[in-house]
Design a protein around this ligand. Structure first.
Ligand code: PGA
Length: 251
């Protein structure tokens, strides 16, 4: 299956920095990368990405994504951005349930499931993040935690579940330089794969990305695991050279 390499810029960037980064990506990207490529940018920059893409044919292969989406359709929800608005700016993806949102914004499994539903209703593919904390891993609870997080999304989204992307991001590996070993990641991916298979009557394979300190040096081994269908890349997506190397590793 075609792998997906998605950059998660988090709260980084500026008009000038984004333009420079996309310029460097345009110069280094092949017209037909062997994987799908996406960049999930802060909401205020989605319009800029859309405009830069329109002006540079080499950027056509990059899909635009958001880092969050409201579960609500419209109305009195100050600060929120709806799926329809993201759609207006050409978003193909929206990350939902990133551990930073679960941790700093109190997002629950149920809210994450509703956000996935709102995205799907507008033709946006939710990239649903799941992952255990260090304490949960050390207590032997990894499987239980990720299955609970995914089950909530399956419960709310029913037969649409084959249209989501899942990202397994162990919280202890995010931004820490400590990557899950390929075996550790693969074994959790296999658990998620089985759960998705059992929940869906559609034989289409749901992409399961790995995220957490994936970089140019470790990408090929992680992406070589049978159930790792791509990567969600934070820090390394902010440097064109590194992001391009990860894209190349996904061929
Ligand atoms: P990282 O972030 O690659 O910087 O660890 C990944 C993520 O949080 O999506």
């Amino acid at each position: 299956m075609t792998k997906l390499i998605a950059g998660n810029w988090k709260m980084n960037g500026s008009l000038a920095a984004n333009e420079a980064l996309l310029g460097a990506l345009a110069a280094g990207l092949s017209a037909r990368p062997a994987c799908d490529v996406a960049i999930c940018a802060p909401a205020p920059y989605l319009a800029q990405l859309q405009a830069l893409k329109a002006g540079a044919p080499a950027l056509a292969v990059i899909d635009i994504g958001a880092q969050d989406v409201s579960a609500q359709a419209s109305g009195a929800y100050t600060g929120e951005v709806s799926a329809a608005m993201l759609r207006d700016f050409g978003c193909r993806y929206a990350i939902v349930g990133h551990s930073e949102r679960r941790q700093y914004h109190g997002e629950t499994d149920a809210l994450v499931a509703d956000k996935a539903k709102a995205a799907l209703a507008h033709g946006i593919t939710p990239i649903v993040c799941v992952g255990e904390t260090l304490a949960e891993r050390e207590a032997g609870r990894t499987e239980e935690v990720v299955k609970r997080q995914l089950a909530a999304v399956i419960h709310v989204n029913g037969h649409c579940i084959s249209e989501i992307v899942v990202a397994y991001e162990p919280v202890w590996a995010i931004g820490t330089g400590k990557t899950a070993s390929p075996d550790e990641a693969q074994s959790v991916h296999a658990v998620l794969r089985a759960q998705l298979k059992a929940a869906s009557d559609n034989p289409a394979r749901v992409k399961i990305l790995y995220g957490g300190s994936m970089n140019a040096a470790n990408a090929a081994t992680l992406l070589g695991q049978p159930d790792i269908d791509g990567g969600l890349i934070g820090g390394a997506a902010l440097k064109a050279e590194d992001f391009l190397k990860i894209i190349a590793a996904a061929q």
